[in-house]
Design a protein around this ligand. Structure first.
Ligand code: LLP
Length: 463
C-alpha cells in the first residue's frame, strides 16, 4: 500500500515501487548505491563529497560530460559521412561554462559556441583555439565584435543588419578576413514534442527568412567578410526530429536561392536536443536524432538537386545536463493538508539561487535520498529552497521515502545545464562550488562563493 495515492500528484508522476530507485536516464552512468545504500557519483559517496565541500554542492561527472561529447560528435560524424558530408559539433557554452569544461569538450573534439563577450573570455582563458569558436548573440556590441575579430574567432554568427555594418567597419579598419554566417528565423519554434510553424516567428533572434537574401547580398559585398552559410536554432529541450525537418526544409529553400549568388558551403541547425529530467521524459538517443536530422537535410537537398552542405550543430544541455547532480541537506519538513490529500514540503539549503529553472520555466526535476536508502513508503513531496519566495521550488513533485529527516542528503539529478549559469545571489545566498568527480577522485572546478564575495561589491563598507 502506498500512503500518498490520494495526494495531488500530476498524472505523469507514477508512484514508484521503491522510492529509492534510480531511473538511469536522468543520472550520470556512474551513479550507484554503495553497499550501505548511499548514493555515489563518479565513484565517491555523497556523504564524503559533502564532508569535504559542504552543501549545497553542484557535482559534475567528468566522464559523463566527455562520454556525451564524444558520442554526440561520433553520432553526427557517422550520420554526415553516410550522406556524403561532414558535421561539426559546437558545445553551446551557455548551458554551463568554465575553463575546465571548455578543455574537456575541446579534448573530445568539439568546438565551442559562445554568446557574449564574457563567454568568449572564458573560452579564451581556457586556452581554446579561437578558430574553433562560434560567436552568437542578438545584440553583440562593437567592442565584443572587435575582440572576436582580433582574437580570430572562427565564425561570427551575424544576427542583424546592424551587425553587418559594425563588422564591416571593423574588418575594413583591421584588414581582417572574417568568416560569418547569418542567423535566420525559420518561423519554426519547437519545444519537447510539439513544434509551431508560422510565417514569422514572434521573437528577437535572427533575420526573418524573407529578409535574409538582402542581408546576404550585403555581406557578400564586403571584402573582409567570408559568407559561410545560414544558421538556425529552433528551440531547446526538443525530443523529436519533426521540428528540425520542418525548419531545415524552409532554410534550404533560402540556401538554394543563395547558391545563385555564390558558394554557400555550410548550414548550422543549432542545438536543442532534449534530455530526461524525470522518469516521464524519454528522449531519443543522440544517434537516432543525428541520423534523422542529417537524413532530413540530405533528402531536402536531393529534392532540390543541390549539394548537401557541411553541417554544424550546437548542443548544450544534451552534453552537460545529465552530468550534473546537486546535493542538498534537508532541513524543515512540513505536511500541508490540502483538499485532495496532503503535500509534504521538504526544505533544502539552496533553491532558486542555484536552480532558477522551476521558478523561471515551471521546469520539472526529480530527487532521491542520497545519504542512505529510505525505509518508508513513497510519499508525495515538494522540495523547496530557503528563499523568501513561494515560487522557490527545486522539485515540484516527487515521491520520496516517508522517513526522510532533517540532516539527510537529497540529490537532484540533471542540474548540469542552465543551473549554475542562471544562478544568483538572491537573499544573499552564496553560490555553491562546482566539483568535478571522476574515477573516485574529486576537485573543485569553480569555487563556492564566500561571505566576503557577497560583501565585496558593497561600496558602503569601510575597508
Ligand atoms: N544554439 C543557440 C543559438 C542557442 O540559442 C541555444 C540555446 C543553443 C544552441 C543550445 O541549446 P541546448 O542544446 O542547450 O538546448 N535557459 C533555458 C534554455 C535556453 C536555451 C537558449 N539557447 C532552460 O534552462 O531551459
Amino acid at each position: 500500500m502506498h500512503s500518498a495515492v490520494t495526494s495531488p500528484a500530476p498524472d505523469w508522476l507514477v508512484v514508484p515501487d521503491d522510492a529509492n530507485d534510480l531511473v538511469p536516464a536522468v543520472w550520470p552512468a556512474s551513479v550507484a548505491r554503495t553497499s550501505e545504500g548511499e548514493l555515489s557519483i563518479g565513484g565517491i559517496a555523497a556523504g564524503a563529497l559533502v564532508r569535504e565541500y559542504g552543501t549545497p554542492l553542484q557535482v559534475l561527472d567528468e566522464g559523463e560530460v566527455r562520454r556525451r561529447a564524444a558520442a554526440t560528435r561520433s553520432a553526427f560524424d557517422a550520420a554526415a559521412e553516410e550522406h556524403g558530408t561532414t558535421a561539426r559539433v559546437y558545445y553551446a557554452g551557455k548551458a554551463l561554462l568554465n575553463t575546465t569544461i571548455v578543455r574537456w569538450v575541446m579534448d573530445e573534439g568539439l568546438n565551442v559556441d559562445v554568446c557574449t563577450g564574457g563567454e568568449l573570455e572564458v573560452a579564451l582563458a581556457a586556452g581554446a583555439d579561437a578558430g574553433r569558436l562560434g560567436f552568437h548573440g542578438n545584440n553583440k556590441s562593437t567592442a565584443e565584435l572587435e575582440r572576436a575579430v582580433e582574437v580570430g574567432v572562427g565564425t561570427i554568427i551575424i544576427d542583424s543588419a546592424l551587425e553587418i555594418e559594425r563588422l564591416a567597419a571593423i574588418v575594413s579598419r583591421t584588414g581582417t578576413m572574417q568568416r560569418v554566417m547569418l542567423r535566420v528565423n525559420s518561423g519554426v519554434h519547437a519545444e519537447t514534442h510539439d513544434f509551431l510553424a508560422t510565417a514569422h516567428e514572434d521573437q528577437k533572434f535572427g533575420t526573418p527568412l524573407d529578409a535574409a537574401a538582402a542581408l546576404v547580398a550585403r555581406i557578400r559585398e564586403i571584402e573582409g567578410l567570408a559568407f559561410a552559410g545560414l544558421h538556425c536554432h529552433i528551440g531547446s529541450q526538443i525530443f523529436g526530429v519533426a521540428g528540425f525537418r520542418e525548419s531545415a526544409g524552409r532554410v534550404l529553400d533560402l540556401h538554394e536561392q543563395l547558391l545563385a549568388g555564390g558558394d554557400v558551403p555550410q548550414l548550422n541547425l543549432g542545438g536543442g536536443f532534449g534530455i530526461a529530467y524525470t522518469r516521464a521524459d524519454t528522449p531519443e538517443a543522440i544517434e537516432t536524432l543525428a541520423q534523422g536530422i542529417v537524413a532530413a537535410v540530405a533528402e531536402g537537398c536531393a529534392a532540390r538537386g543541390i549539394r548537401i552542405p557541411a553541417l554544424s550543430f550546437e548542443p548544450g544541455r544534451a552534453i552537460v545536463g545529465n552530468a550534473g547532480v546537486t546535493l542538498y541537506e534537508v532541513g524543515t519538513i512540513k505536511d500541508v493538508a490540502l483538499e485532495n490529500g496532503s503535500r509534504r514540503y521538504m526544505s533544502v539549503d539552496g533553491g532558486m539561487s542555484d536552480n532558477a529553472r522551476p521558478a523561471l520555466y515551471g521546469a520539472q526535476f526529480s530527487a532521491r535520498l542520497a545519504s542512505r536508502e529510505g525505509a518508508g513508503e513513497p510519499v508525495l513531496v515538494r522540495v523547496v529552497g530557503k528563499h523568501c519566495e513561494s515560487g522557490d521550488i527545486v522539485v515540484d513533485h516527487e515521491y520520496l521515502p516517508d522517513d526522510v529527516v532533517p540532516g539527510d542528503l537529497l540529490a537532484v539529478p540533471a542540474t548540469g545545464a542552465y543551473c549554475a549559469p542562471l544562478s544568483s545571489n538572491y537573499n544573499h545566498v552564496p553560490r555553491p562550488p562546482i566539483v568535478a568527480v571522476h574515477d573516485g577522485a574529486s576537485r573543485v572546478i569553480v569555487r563556492g562563493e564566500t561571505i566576503a564575495d557577497l560583501l565585496g561589491r558593497d561600496a558602503g563598507i569601510e575597508r
